[in-house]
Ligand binder design. Structure first.
Ligand code: MG
Length: 166
């Protein structure tokens, strides 16, 4: 008899909001006057999600896998990190059951983009769109989010696998 086994993982990330950079959230390019600064494409949501997946499987964090001091990751599409994490957990028998995440951004208004971002993440993970939920919050005009200094993202992931129960 085999029983399913589950693991939950948590991810958080922050990137500075600057002029002269593209804004990419969840693999979706968003037209805005500012973008996120970082070594890669600085997709704050995919970084939080990648950390949540690695964390659920007990595989450390994104900084260990893809150091921001390594030139090979300069300007890279963060979908590369996400796919590598999914592959690593998949090799250990884990599949993503569902994802819930929150983007913290004062502007731009993200409600028109949430569905597209969820669809993008679902496609990257190879799961149905109804297993991915994307939320957006402002910073209420206070703190680094509210002052347009940064964007944050939080992600929670559930992984599942079947195990032989002997
Ligand atoms: Mg990051």
């Amino acid at each position: 008899m085999s029983l399913p086994e589950f693991r939950v993982g948590l991810g958080h990330d922050r990137h500075r909001l600057v002029a002269g950079r593209p804004l990419v959230l969840g693999g979706v390019s968003i037209d805005y006057e500012f973008g996120l600064d970082g070594h890669s494409d600085a997709d704050v949501l995919l970084h939080a999600l990648t950390d949540a997946i690695l964390g659920a499987a007990g595989l450390g964090d994104i900084g260990e896998w893809f150091p921001n001091t390594d030139p090979q990751w300069a300007g890279v599409d963060s979908k590369v990190f996400l796919k590598a994490a999914v592959k690593a957990v998949g090799e250990r028998g884990w599949e993503v059951v569902n994802v819930d995440c929150t983007i913290h951004a004062e502007r731009p208004k993200l409600s028109p983009h949430k569905r597209l971002i969820a669809a993008s993440i679902a496609e990257q993970l190879g799961i149905a769109e109804d297993r991915v939920n994307v939320k957006a919050k402002t910073g209420e005009k206070v703190g680094p989010i509210g002052r347009l200094e940064a964007m944050d993202a939080d992600a929670v992931v559930l992984l599942g696998r079947s195990t032989a129960n002997v």
